[in-house]
Design a binder for this molecule. Structure first.
Ligand SMILES: Nc1ncnc2c1ncn2[C@@H]1O[C@H](COP(=O)(O)OP(=O)(O)O)[C@@H](O)[C@H]1O
Ligand SMILES: CC(=O)OP(=O)(O)O
Ligand SMILES: [Mg+2]
Length: 406
């Protein structure tokens, strides 16, 4: 991912028909990494014609021994790399920057042009996403300094889930406390769930399709989507709830936290670090890379086998729950590094669901084909590569075009 594509240095002016090329730089700042991609296309940004000129990744931000101390430094590395390729932030051909912003709270339910006021609101949401929102803000500030006046758009992870009904978004706790502190379910990975559910609906059911999306990367989340609207998702107030993840526990009895404090003498910050950084697959078996976990389980390692069975059991439980939420399911879509590549995870997660009309074709599944369900399976099962960068660029351009023409 660090390499420039062959197109990196090729100058681009106009498309064939003499129409203007739109060029959008996407910045996806995570808690310890920054991914970037430069995409260009026509006014519609049609998926078939979009070109990716440069992409890369700066990792291990702030880790001991890393040459990149913080997000500001990481973004300066990104800016320098783009300059070197002749695609710098000062390029007049750059139309806009699209930022992934993790937490939009209840304030932001659509992609939003960034202004001073918007920056202030994203700052106010830091307590709900202390690892993510400051990283996203650092990206916005660096661009403002290097290229003042260039339109910047925030695309929120939470936005796609804003349609979730109150019954699914509300935690059953004291309503006054919840309202005062913003305690409710927001959901994350929304850009991926939006893109993948749309692609899945094209494979089965059309625009009215009922879709279950399983986004399985380092972080992992499920969503239930009906006719393009999200109706339920597994992450909650923060990205800790729900599925078992690389280093996060997902669901647990909240009383475990009191017990860790009272009987284990752990502080709130220590419990936070345990559940977010040293749990999930890492906590269960010492490895958070699914390739390593499945290889060890195949070789008979009991810790890896238990980790894999906990991971797949949780997935199956969510598939069943979302089946009930939707009433009828047209397609289940697997995405993210694990969902796109791990045939054993898909197989184990869906095993035993034949009576619900969910049947895999073992050969297609082993080959990671786009459609991995058996012929005649009532519910289709798809493997869809997520494309958050494309989706962020598309939404960014739509906001900028609206602003210019409206
Ligand atoms: N061939 C593969 N088989 C199983 N797991 C894989 C494979 N390739 C990647 N993965 C897993 O995908 C996960 C990372 O997913 P990704 O979507 O890239 O993460 P992120 O959340 O950082 O974007 C890792 O656990 C990795 O082991
Ligand atoms: C919000 C979230 O969990 O993101 P990631 O999977 O990138 O950590
Ligand atoms: Mg990801």
């Amino acid at each position: 991912m660090n390499e420039w594509s062959a197109q990196a240095r090729r100058p681009e002016g106009e498309t064939g028909g003499g129409r203007r090329v739109n060029r959008v730089l996407v910045l996806n700042s995570g808690s310890s990494s920054v991914k970037y991609q430069l995409l260009s296309g026509d006014e519609q940004f049609a998926a078939e014609t979009v070109r990716r000129s440069a992409s890369g990744l700066v990792e291990r931000i702030g880790e001991p021994g890393s040459p990149v101390p913080d997000h500001k430094a990481a973004l300066e590395v990104v800016a320098a790399r783009l300059d070197e390729a002749g695609l710098g932030l000062d390029s007049p051909e750059l139309t806009a920057i699209g930022h992934r912003v993790v937490h939009g709270g209840t304030t932001f339910t659509r992609p939003t042009l960034i202004t001073d006021e918007v920056v202030g609101r994203i700052e106010e949401l830091i307590p709900l996403a202390p690892l993510h929102n400051p990283a996203n803000l650092a990206g916005i500030e660096v661009v403002r300094r290097l290229r003042p006046g260039l339109p910047q758009v925030a695309v929120f992870d939470t936005a796609f889930h804003a349609t979730i009904p109150e019954a699914a978004a509300t935690y059953a706790i004291d309503r006054e406390v919840a309202a005062r502190l913003g305690v409710r379910r927001y959901g994350f990975h929304g850009t991926s769930h939006a893109y993948v559910s749309r692609e899945a609906a094209r494979l089965a059911g059309g625009p009215e399709a009922n879709v279950i999306v399983l986004h399985l990367g380092n972080g992992a989340s499920a969503s239930a989507v009906s006719a393009g609207r999200c109706v339920e998702t597994s992450m909650g107030m923060t990205p800790l709830e729900g599925l078992v993840m690389g280093t996060r526990s997902g669901d647990l009895d909240p009383a475990v936290i009191f017990h860790l404090g009272r009987a284990g003498g752990m502080s709130t910050d220590e419990i936070d670090a345990l559940l977010n950084r040293r749990s999930g697959m890492l906590g269960l078996c010492g490895d958070n890379d699914m390739r390593a976990v499945t290889a060890r389980a195949d070789a008979g390692d009991p810790d890896a086998e238990l980790a894999l069975s906990v991971y797949c059991h949780r997935l199956r439980k969510y598939v069943g729950a979302y089946y009930a939420v939707l009433g009828k399911v047209d397609v289940i879509a697997f995405t993210g590094g694990v969902g796109e590549n791990s045939a054993p995870v898909r197989e184990r997660a869906l095993a035993g669901l034949e009576t619900l009309g969910i049947r895999l074709d073992p050969g297609r599944n082993a080959r990671n084909e786009r459609l991995v369900s058996a012929d005649g399976s009532a519910v289709k099962v798809a493997v869809i590569r997520t494309d958050e960068e494309f989706e962020i660029a598309r939404q960014t351009l739509a906001v900028v075009s609206r602003t210019n023409h409206g």
